[in-house]
Design a protein around this ligand. Structure first.
Ligand code: DQA
Length: 144
């Protein structure tokens, strides 16, 4: 299976956005790290600020039978549209790992709720870019 690594709003600003929370590395550094760790898995890293584009990428994951590593960013906390699209992916028997760079539970109250987690396969948060690398390792182990 192909693996789609999907990133939500403001993650295109990694490196300059709140480096004390998200680190100094950029989305393109993340892409390099994931590609270096892909070990032959076909991997695509994307980012959008648009909820509608993210929903359509999740539909694409269903149609192309791709596993998904998703950082929904702020949509995590309130987007039922994204939640329903995530449910389509996991209902199709595909893996969807919700990842976060920071640990949202150690931050503001509004970040303590994820409307995504209940329909994700699982969640990895708080390990910087390693959250994505661990998710990739899980997809590798689980997808055979
Ligand atoms: C985030 C955490 C979210 O609360 C926040 O809105 C983000 C990034 C993370 O990766 O730590 O944009 O998903």
């Amino acid at each position: 299976n192909r693996v789609l690594v999907l990133n939500g709003p403001n993650l295109g600003r990694l490196g300059s956005r709140e480096p004390e929370v998200y680190g100094a590395l950029t989305l393109s550094d993340l892409r390099d790290q994931l590609e270096a760790a892909s070990g032959g898995l076909a991997l695509e890293v994307r980012q959008t600020d648009s909820e509608s584009e993210l929903v359509s990428w999740l539909h694409e994951a269903v149609d192309s039978a791709s596993h998904v590593i998703l950082n929904p960013a702020a949509f995590t906390h309130y987007s039922y549209a994204l939640r329903d699209a995530v449910a389509l992916v996991t209902d199709a028997g595909l893996l969807l790992v919700e990842v976060h760079i920071s640990n949202p539970h150690a931050r503001e109250e509004f970040r303590h709720t994820s409307v995504i987690s209940g329909v994700a396969t699982g969640v990895i948060a708080g390990f910087g870019f390693d959250s994505y690398l661990l998710a990739l390792e899980l997809v590798r182990r689980r997808s055979g």
